[in-house]
Ligand binder design. Structure first.
Ligand code: GLC
Ligand code: GLC
Length: 820
């Protein structure tokens, strides 16, 4: 069952009924100001940091679902008492949930438009954030389709958050007394804490003259009433309340008379603004907010032509980004995901890491070290300059030991002390992201840039040294089998082998009560080989030939350790626990085989020559693959194991306890291409592809246009149900798997490689890839059933699969690829 459809031409997903199984969200903003917006206008906004600079309130985990948003109410002021039409309603359905005659929500790239019709009044609201601005626009167009004039009231409503979202949700004894606003010329300014240490404020403006406003929540809603029936909307009258403590809100009231057939545009702006520290007040010795700095911005965006201009600029921005790679394959799902939605989701993950979504509350996690490094793998080609900066930000939270803070706060860019470090896989991901960045851009200079450790001035070293320390960190921490010690956890945050947690509330990750000298990770071992191979490539180019050899030796030693203690006979083991017993082995009662080491070890090249890679992947196919995707391990843990940790805390089939943890599926997809099984790789690719799953939306439940972190595995009664959409490494890795390994268009240090491993039934595909300033027009033709590649560049056959950069000044290259 579907709740909408893809409009590929417009690059939109069109939702045709408001009551989707879960709120289906989109993101506004792509630079510093962001918002989440659901298909019924729910969500919230923030500046840079969803925890520290939250503009509006949203109530997670509330009933009804999706509470808090950018609300508009329409009121029929000519409502005759004998009418059966409604007195007031929400044109976005929420929060009144009045039945609408027509409804349609279009989620596009960086914008959302909701159109509806009721009682002859059509409403169209377009929400977006103009490029370069810290504000969002709600552009409302009302049309009277009645045969008579309509007298309408329009109300806007948002609830301000008192900036720090965590504090806002907990510290009521203080917060009920700090709310402050100013209202001038119809603009509502929210300035709580501005009198003291803040120099920023929020504002809500409207293009029409107000009939009234309210800024005290209960004055607008009425005591004990909700957003579904505000008393001010019901009465059609505001009380011009000025909040002084309690709950500051921004609500505005305008009155319109629309003749039959007449349309009218009304613009609302919600924004964030900072004043220079010495120009906070106007006059300077007063406590009055200085508005002179923001008024020109407000004036500008209250003009319809400026709004249209900004909207077109936003569309052009996304067109430019997506242009980097466009493909035409025989499969519509692949085209749509590669050309539009997967790239878009990768950008959302890049922008927000794991901070704010319908499942991430914005207060819990900032920028994750391993998460963001993996996100970079999917977006270095889209935003290379920003990727470069992100690499520096991440590397600056690395510690002198080579370890890294697991997370940092986007506003301050400082490592998060509560979570700390010692997730032993973390530093290796930095090597992969830097390698991906250089392969894309050819920017070797990046390695010379000085970057501090732990953000300490004076500790700067070239980025290259950071990478060396990342590698050394693993070498300094090996266990009894010569395999890397796992630390608090490796990629699988929930496999906690050094934390025997028996008390409710104890963190599974940070309560480390074992000395950590025994438990080892074969996943990190595989990741190490992958990273060291990249390091060898980097060192060779960086004129560090001797080091390159040392890296190769280190990789060889690690491979030997993996074969000696990490191979279970038919697949790779997962780990060794604190007692030295294997995890992910036939010897185990539960959790006999895990997906992660099969993926990462084969990606690192292990067992490709001697058939053991194939054996491992056959075991995955036989034991882990399901119609909804590949589960994390089998058998699921049926009870809590003190020595394994959080993984066994989840009910079987969910999350890390044998859920389909989608992040890991593309590792298997890539591994399958490494052993030339294109059909199998592609089959796995389709199983978790959200567009393919659109037709089972009632089962899948999450948005059909983006990947979710997890789909319930076969051990759960809700098999096939997705959770935690949007902010997941699944986006980047699937993008890498389909574009670089199945379609095979792969940046290398030397140039663009083209080595597709496509399904046997495909006759070929076309692609246009912009790479290091050159447009590669690629035509792939299948001439036989294998994966042998013969390349012709501008009509001339070349050796191998890598196209070295063409002569300087070349703008376009024609590539013909014969696959046989
Ligand atoms: C979450 C985390 C990620 C971790 C994964 C597996 O997605 O963000 O860091 O690797 O779970 O536990
Ligand atoms: C929990 C989640 C896991 C996530 C981690 C982040 O352990 O199960 O997926 O990576 O929290 O801290």
């Amino acid at each position: 069952m579907q709740f909408g459809y893809f409009d590929d031409e417009q690059r939109e997903y069109v939702i045709t009924r408001p009551d989707t199984p879960l709120p289906w969200i989109n993101y506004l903003g792509c630079e510093e100001y962001f918002g989440i917006i659901s298909n019924t206008a729910g969500g919230y906004s923030f500046y840079k940091d969803a925890r520290l600079r939250r503009l509006t309130r949203y109530r997670y985990n509330n009933a009804p679902l999706d509470s808090g948003g950018r609300y508009i109410y329409l009121r029929d002021d000519g409502f005759p008492s004998n009418s059966n039409g409604p007195l007031f309603w929400s044109p976005t359905w929420q929060p009144t949930r009045h039945r609408l005659d027509e409804y349609e929500c279009r989620h596009g790239l960086g914008y959302t438009a909701i159109r509806s019709k009721l009682a002859g009044i059509e409403s169209h609201i377009r929400y977006f954030v103009p490029l370069g601005e810290n504000l969002e626009i709600w552009e409302l167009t009302l049309t009277n389709h009645r045969s008579k004039p309509a007298n309408l009231s329009v109300f806007s409503a948002i609830e301000f958050c008192l900036w720090d979202a965590w504090d806002d949700a907990t510290n009521f004894q203080r917060n009920y007394s700090i709310g402050q606003v100013e209202v001038l010329d119809g603009v509502i300014y929210h300035k709580s804490e501005y009198r003291e240490r803040r120099n920023h404020f929020a504002y809500l403006a409207c293009s029409e003259k107000l009939s009234g406003f309210d800024t005290q929540r209960e004055a607008f809603l009425g005591a004990y009433r909700g957003w579904d029936s505000p008393s001010a909307v019901e009465a059609g009258r505001m009380s011009n309340s000025i909040a002084y403590g309690w709950q500051p809100v921004g609500t505005q009231h305008i009155k319109l008379r629309l003749n039959a057939g007449e349309g009218k545009k009304v613009i609302f702006i919600l924004g964030y603004h900072e004043n220079p520290q010495d120009e906070k007040f106007d006059p300077p010795d007063s406590q009055t907010l200085n508005k002179r700095t923001v008024i020109p911005i407000i004036r500008r965006y209250l003009q319809a032509n400026q709004v249209e201009h900004a909207f077109q600029a936003l569309r052009a921005y996304w067109d430019r980004l997506l242009e980097k790679l466009q493909v035409t394959t025989p499969d519509g799902h692949t085209n749509r995901m590669v050309n539009i939605w997967n790239a878009y989701q990768v950008m959302a993950a890049f922008n927000l890491s794991r901070s704010a979504s319908y499942f991430e509350s914005g207060v819990g996690r900032g920028i994750g070290f391993r998460d963001s490094n993996q996100d970079l793998l999917g977006c270095v080609q889209l935003v290379p300059e920003r990727a470069r900066q992100r690499i520096f930000d991440l590397a600056a939270t690395q510690l002198p030991s080579g370890g890294a803070y697991h997370q940092y706060q986007p506003l301050t860019k400082r490592g998060n002390h509560e979570v700390g470090s010692d997730f032993n896989d973390d530093p290796l991901w930095l090597v992969l992201s830097v390698a991906a960045y250089i392969k894309e851009t050819g920017d070797w200079e990046v390695l010379c840039e000085p970057v501090p450790y732990d953000n300490l001035p004076g500790s700067e070293e070239p980025l290259y040294n950071h990478l060396e320390r990342s590698i050394q960190y693993t070498l300094d921490r090996t266990g009894p089998h010569g395999l890397p010690l796992i630390g608090r956890a490796d990629w699988n945050d929930c496999l906690n082998l050094n934390c025997f947690s028996d008390t409710p509330g104890q963190s599974f990750q940070t309560t480390t009560n074992k000395d950590g000298k025994v438990a080892e990770s074969i996943f990190i071992a595989g990741l190490f080989v992958l990273a060291v191979d990249e390091m060898a490539g980097i060192a060779r180019h960086y004129q560090h030939g001797r080091e390159a050899d040392e890296f190769c030796d280190a990789a060889q030693e690690m491979r030997t350790a993996i074969w000696a203690a990490g191979w279970d006979g038919e697949w790779f083991r997962r780990a060794y626990d604190d007692l030295g017993h294997p995890v992910g082995s036939k010897e185990c009662e539960e959790g006999q085989i895990f997906i992660e080491p099969q993926g990462i070890c084969v990606m690192a090249g292990l067992g490709i020559d001697d058939g053991r890679a194939k054996q491992a992947l056959d075991a995955v196919a036989e034991r882990l693959a399901t119609p909804h995707g590949i589960v994390l391990h089998q058998p699921a843990y049926s009870r809590y194991y003190l020595h394994l940790g959080e993984i066994s805390s989840y009910p079987p089939g969910y999350k890390e306890n044998a859920g389909i943890f989608c992040h890991t599926n593309p590792w298997i997809i890539i591994a399958e291409t490494r052993i030339d099984r294109g059909d199998c790789a592609y089959d796995y690719y389709l199983r978790i592809n959200p567009s393919v799953r659109e037709e089972i939306s009632e089962v899948h439940k999450c948005e059909p246009y983006v990947y979710a972190q997890m789909i319930a595995g076969g051990d759960a009664p809700t098999f096939g149900e997705a959770k935690n959409s949007w902010l997941t490494g699944t986006a980047a890795w699937n993008y890498v798997a389909i574009t670089q390994w199945i379609l095979g268009i792969r940046p290398t240090f030397e140039g663009l490689e083209i080595a597709p491993v496509i399904p046997s039934a495909w006759s070929g595909f076309d692609a246009v890839r912009h790479y290091r300033g050159v447009r590669y027009v690629i035509q792939v033709m299948r001439k036989g059933s294998g994966n042998k590649v013969q390349l012709e560049v501008d009509g001339k056959a070349i050796e191998g699969t890598v196209i070295t950069p063409p002569r300087a000044g070349t703008k376009e290259v024609q590539v013909t690829v014969r696959v046989a």
